[in-house]
Design a protein. Structure first.
Length: 642
């Protein structure tokens, strides 16, 4: 984090330690890209699942196997109304329907803004391992300058020795209380187990630091200002509020502020120079990453989320750091909070404070010298901000547009917090389905139009939600637990059934229009019990892909997936049972090797074969002659179990 060459991808930071496997992952994010969440299980399954450019492998067979192994072990909490709408026809998203939990902060004016992962890994005969990632970035594919703090340690037998871990446990216990719909008792129990265990973890500190403290904001009544008074300080924050900056200067000796030119301009407009930091920095053009995700969090006012449809093209700064020096000691705070009043007064945020010596972790060490021959200091990425002679005021039309945007975003959050139910009905023998979306939506303003459609379909299938008065809602049959019908989509294919729905809010005020598009989750009922096994044959399509999947299962963790996918593609598109070198003889060898060295992989293969055998279409996909190989291996595996 203190050296710019020490870079990592978020997905790299999720990988299990050598010899361990994922037991449970709990993540938080403000905005969420469902496709980014879709690729996260790859990191828990394979150690080499990226191409040469660092992008995750998106081969459908590889993703399918990763999802089958780990999707049910991942829970991601995110702000209601801040899920991006995925491209249609993403059948793999069905495996994530139980993984996404939308939340609404206790204060309606605030947003759910933490970016924390709590990962629990297990290995036979070894102590459990916990890893906490405290980030400044959301779960998206954006490429911006961010920070990532990684704490990892074993679960010990000690009781009460690690009180500094208590806020991590408190966060795990509070998250289900923020959910817009109740989490399952099983999941609630898992969070309780993790909270108990994480209190006994001996976390290893990053180099140069001697202690850490965790600060949760927006949970319960916790609103205390966390920063030490006096000394000197440096702040990195892409979004600013002038009153917060002035407080940091007045009470905490803020000397250096690193931000975006637009944010600095807003702060210094009409401000008294003596109330501002001595030095401003922005990223230099050479540091740009063509980033798209330095979202507007905190830009236009307290607690306002960004538009998910129209992102700003920013310079790529998204990191949040607060560094304080006093009496030879340095305190570095990193996490999700910007230097705004909303961050510390309204939002749900998490910051981790690291403590060390000033000479090792202080401001000058963090910035580095311009003369550093390594060119990997923070200063090497920056240029001093030179304010223009005059900063123009925002014109009235722009102010009116910003007000309208905030209204649309508030309406989107209200809509997303509604408990929705999607009820599926099979209408004919050709597996065509009708699906009705129901729920008690808030009152829609006259100036607004709201459209909705299943996320598996293109937006041209959207239906306008009829506006209902308060009286009409009150007269709705109270015995209908699903609420009033919102929209019905007829003649859907089996593959189009989904718990994810897309909504679009359009709000007009004279010549101005604000538009907000986002995805929501619904409780899906009426879908066939064998839905996911049924999706297998739609995704696998032919015997070649089934063989690919079997080999991926037997290769297990550590597989060179990139090389495997490339080899499979070179084998062509034939649908025979043999796939180049991946024939039945090779399959037998892989089965026997797994039986000897890792019998659990045989169990994973058995689950795939059992799932395919549940449907006639699935049985047709099983490679010819598989039973001759599989049956004796499976009998040997059962003998080992007994």
């Amino acid at each position: 984090m203190l050296e710019t060459r020490d870079r990592t991808l978020l997905l790299d930071s999720l990988r299990p330690p050598a010899g361990y496997r994922l037991r449970r992952a709990v993540g938080t994010s403000f905005t969420l890209d469902l496709m980014a969440l879709l690729t996260a299980p790859l990191t828990f399954t394979f150690f080499d699942a990226h191409d040469d450019d660092g992008a995750p492998v998106t081969d459908p067979v590889t993703l399918l196997e990763a999802l089958r192994r780990h999707a049910e072990r991942i829970t991601l909490f995110c702000q209601a109304g801040a899920i991006g709408v995925p491209n249609p026809n993403q059948m793999l998203l069905a495996f994530l329907e139980g993984s996404v939990v939308e939340v609404q902060p206790p204060r309606k004016s605030g947003i759910f803004h933490p970016k924390v992962w709590v990962l629990n890994f297990e290995a036979k005969g070894r102590p459990g391992v916990y890893r906490v990632l405290c980030l400044s970035r959301n779960l998206t594919f954006a490429r911006a300058w961010d920070t990532c703090l990684r704490l990892e340690g074993d679960v010990t037998e000690a009781q009460g020795d690690f009180e500094r871990n208590d806020p991590f446990a408190d966060l795990l216990l509070e998250l289900p209380k923020l959910a817009t719909r109740p989490v399952s008792p099983e999941l609630d129990s898992e969070f309780g187990r993790m909270a108990r265990e994480i209190r006994r973890v001996d976390f290893e500190l990053p180099r140069h630091f001697t202690d850490f403290h965790v600060h949760n904001f927006g949970l319960g009544d916790r609103r205390e200002w966390p920063f030490p008074v006096g000394g000197r300080s440096l702040v990195v924050s892409p979004f600013l509020v002038r009153s917060t900056v002035e407080q940091l200067v007045r009470d905490h000796g803020l000397e250096v502020l690193i931000s975006r030119p637009e944010a600095i301009g807003d702060v210094i407009r009409n401000a008294e120079r003596e109330k501002l930091p001595r030095t401003f920095y922005v990223l230099s053009p050479a540091a740009g990453l063509n980033a798209r995700d330095a979202e507007q969090e905190g830009k236009e006012g307290p607690g306002e989320p960004p538009s998910n449809q129209d992102r700003l093209e920013l310079a790529g700064l998204h990191a949040k750091l607060f560094v304080f020096e006093k009496d030879g000691q340095a305190r570095l705070f990193t996490g999700s909070a910007n230097a705004t009043s909303a961050a510390f007064e309204q939002n749900v945020e998490v910051l981790v404070e690291l403590v060390g010596r000033r000479k090792d972790c202080g401001i000058d060490t963090l910035l580095g010298s311009d003369a550093d021959p390594r060119h990997d200091t923070l200063r090497s990425l920056l240029q001093e901000y030179a304010p223009p002679d005059s900063i123009p005021e925002v014109d009235e039309r722009q102010r009116a547009q910003e007000v309208l945007d905030r209204k649309a975003e508030r309406l989107a959050r209200l809509l997303a917090a509604t408990r929705l139910t999607a009820t599926a009905h099979n209408v004919d023998a050709e597996q065509r389905w009708d699906m009705t979306l129901s729920g008690e939506l808030p009152e829609i303003p006259v100036a607004a139009e709201v459209r909705v459609w299943p996320a598996t379909l293109p937006s041209r299938e959207a239906q306008v939600i009829a506006r209902r008065t308060t009286e009409a809602r009150d007269s709705n049959n109270a015995s209908d637990s699903a609420g009033a019908a919102i929209a019905t989509f007829r003649g859907l294919s089996f593959e189009a059934l989904t718990a994810f729905f897309a909504l679009e809010v359009s709000l007009r005020d004279g010549p101005l229009t604000a538009r907000q598009r986002f995805a929501v989750t619904a409780k899906l009922i009426g879908a066939p019990r064998d839905r996911k096994p049924g999706l297998l044959h739609s995704l696998l399509k032919d015997r070649r892909r089934v063989l690919q999947l079997l080999f991926l299962i037997l290769m297990g963790e550590g597989a060179d997936v990139s090389a495997f996918v490339q080899a499979a593609r070179q084998d062509g598109t034939n649908s025979q049972s043999n796939v180049g070198g991946l024939g039945r003889a090779a399959l037998l060898e892989a089965l026997l090797r797994s039986l000897c060295h890792n019998p659990r992989r045989i169990d994973d293969a058995a689950r795939l074969i059992a799932d395919l055998r549940k449907t006639p279409e699935g049985r047709e996909l099983l490679p010819k002659g598989l039973d001759e190989i599989w049956e004796p291996v499976w009998k040997a595996r059962e003998a080992l179990k007994s």
